[in-house]
Design a protein around this ligand. Sequence first.
Ligand code: G3P
Ligand code: MG
Length: 245
Amino acid sequence: MNKTAIFAHRGASLHYPENTMVAFEAAYKLGADGIEFDVQLSKDLVPVVIHDATLNRTTNGSGYVGAHTVEQLKSLSAGSWFDSAFTEETIPTLEEVLIWASDKEMTLNIELKGAITQRDHVVKTILPLLHEYELTKRVILSSFDHNVIQQALKVAPELESAVIVTAALYKPERYVKEVGVSGYHFMSPLLLEEEAKALIHAGIKIRPYTVNSEGLLKMYMEWECAGIFTDNPKLALQVREQLND
Ligand code: G3P
Ligand code: MG
């Protein structure tokens, strides 16, 4: 029985505008095990869900996310760039997503974006929300900024966490242990099968991103990755079902 968890990357972002409630809801309805989304801070230090540092690509606004208050950000459309059918979608706040998720059995992979100079604020604003909505056991914190993850773990060591890497690291299992996380989120295809095996053997949860082809989905499931990030959870669910038939 293959147990690789399927994470909808930025929600079901192949068919819905990324990092919006409609994309998360679609992932939930399809039966994805989790969602991955990107969080950074508004000018007034409210955690909001958007990938890029600027608004230009995925909203009808422009300029830096961090230069806008949450009120300004909420006035923008985060769906019209994708299709006019999604004009009503806005940039979710982290709190909105947590409220939505609180009655659903899904894992939330919160990817911490944002300036490294804001690490303190990120930790101070995000961790209390996870506690408030009692979601600490269903969250995986990850980031390309491994320092912010370490900082968060000092305050909340019980949280599941992962480093995100875009390089084929030398002895990644040693590095992961040193940072103190339990997960290794690697950019596909920057890991060989024997390296994957060594990581799994060391008790590390490996999850590749972003995997959208049938062949690669199948391969990573056969490697028994703990999870997979995909824009197309529907396809990933089909592939897993076939493997388990
Ligand atoms: O968390 C995995 C993946 O989302 C990291 O890359 O740029 O899609 O946020 P990115
Ligand atoms: Mg991400």
